[in-house]
Write a protein that binds this ligand. Structure first.
Ligand SMILES: Cc1ncc(COP(=O)(O)O)c(C=O)c1O
Length: 443
């Protein structure tokens, strides 16, 4: 065994073997993982040490929004690392000061004050903490088709099956159904869904509920774009009962939907907003929770009982500032709108051609395809929380064609970096076309 720090570059096989032997993989039985080794990445592509190229059609975990390897951000990270790597969060640094002010400019309404965290889950934890301290109430309402992070609170708020093995979790979480009920049953309209939410509020006792947390556009659980009137209705219900609205924009924020924040599509200002991923494009870890001025004011004479060793990390804040400059300089929010429109057209063509496509959805470059056994029954091509030979074959076909994306249950995602151009987007859909033909033949 060579010295792992000083040895010559490891081969692709060595990277996989050592990683499997000495590290743990997320959400997996360890014996079943088959990771792709990655040596470097640029723009919308990443590369393996043995020279294979993949089109990154999921921006890794819907995070590398500006694309890989942007020299402007790397230089800013380098400059900050040379000057000041770290100060504890009781001291302040220039990147922290600038990033707070910049986010106040970008975030909706009077969300002008931010608490910086290490990532998405602890942004959610701190949003819950802020809501409980501000309202003096303890319950948090959340939806079933949701993901809010893998920490204790985030996991309990999460509705999807990743929660099951982590229960019982934190006390006080109340769950409501979504307007979407899967590819077979489809959608409720806003009025129906809001009536159900109001009934739960009344049954739970509105005076016990501190906040309702919801993804502005649900990410992993289906790229669920709320029906017209839903978000406005949620805002009205929250106002009516003194409940704070927490928009979880960890995945949907930073241009993914063609707006800085997805909630802007409905002109709604939440009381708290969580963000991470696109904030630094995942070049380094950073999250934040933004709050309206009234919540920040509450803590002028009351203690905020929260803190993180790496909070306001200067290198992370400098990275976020440089990342935001790239969104602005390269007009990536506008590109996400334009390429999102093209994605909608390409989705339609794909759907016309392949009978296994049951539904497609996208808003900006936030997209998903749901596959079905037949369009008559609309039975999903894999069961809830399960897989099937066809979905497994689809994953293999994507990989063989150099297309990287996530295949989950009966769905796969189309979430490329926001810097993607028309030729690259078409290249992705050509690979999808080939892979879906294999699935069609299996059915
Ligand atoms: C909506 C949402 N909230 C929270 C999280 C948790 O973020 P992190 O993995 O950075 O802790 C995620 C991660 O995917 C997410 O999509």
């Amino acid at each position: 065994m060579p010295d792992v720090i000083t040895a010559a570059p490891l081969t692709a096989e060595e990277i996989v073997a050592l990683s499997k032997k000495h590290t743990i993989f997320e959400w997996s039985a360890q014996g079943a993982v088959d990771p792709i080794p990655v040596s470097h990445a640029k723009g919308c592509y990443f590369f393996t040490p043995d020279g294979r190229r993949f089109l990154d059609f999921n921006s890794q975990l819907m995070a590398v929004n500006i694309g890989h390897g942007d020299e402007r951000v790397i230089d800013a990270m380098h400059e900050q690392a040379k000057k000041l790597q770290y100060v504890n969060p009781f001291l302040v640094s220039e990147p922290r000061a600038r990033l707070g002010a910049k986010l106040a400019e970008l975030a909706p309404g009077d969300i002008d004050v931010f608490f910086f965290t290490n990532g998405g889950a602890d942004a959610v934890e701190n949003a819950v903490k802020l809501a409980r301290l501000y309202t003096g109430r303890h319950k948090i309402m959340a939806r079933y088709r949701s993901y809010h992070g893998a920490t204790a609170g985030g996991m309990t708020l999460t509705g999807d099956p990743r929660r099951w093995a982590n229960e019982p979790g934190i006390p006080g979480v109340v769950r409501v159904l979504d307007p979407y009920h899967g590819v077979q049953r489809g959608w409720d309209d806003a009025a129906t869904s809001l009536a159900m939410i109001e009934e739960v509020i009344q049954l739970e006792g509105s005076h016990t509920i501190a906040a309702f947390i919801l993804e502005s556009v649900t990410g992993t659980n289906g790229i669920l774009i709320p029906p017209p009137g839903y978000m406005e209705g949620v805002r009205r219900l929250c106002d009516k009962y003194g409940i704070l609205m927490i928009a979880d924009e960890v995945m949907a924020g930073f241009g993914r939907t063609g707006r800085w924040f997805a909630i802007e599509h409905w002109n709604v200002v939440p009381d708290l907003i969580t963000m991470a991923k696109g904030l630094t494009s995942a070049y380094v870890p950073l999250g934040a929770v933004g709050m309206r001025q009234k919540i920040a004011d509450h803590f002028k004479d009351k203690v905020f009982y929260g803190g993180l060793t790496y909070g306001n990390h200067p290198v992370a804040c400098a990275t976020a500032l440089a990342t935001i400059a790239v969104y602005e300089e390269d007009r990536l929010i506008e590109n996400a709108q334009r390429m999102g429109d093209l994605m909608t057209r390409l989705m339609r063509e794909m759907s016309d051609k392949h009978p296994c496509v049951g539904a497609t959805r996208n808003i900006g470059l936030f997209g998903i395809v749901e596959l079905v056994k037949s369009r008559e029954t609309m039975e999903p091509l894999a069961p809830f929380n399960g897989s099937s030979p066809e979905m497994a074959a689809l994953g293999k076909e994507f990989r063989a064609r150099g297309l990287y994306t996530i295949v989950r249950w009966n769905t796969f995602f189309t979430n490329p970096p926001l810097c993607i151009n028309e030729a690259e987007l078409r290249e992705g859909f050509t690979s999808i076309d080939g892979a879906l033909s294999v699935v069609d033949r299996m059915l």
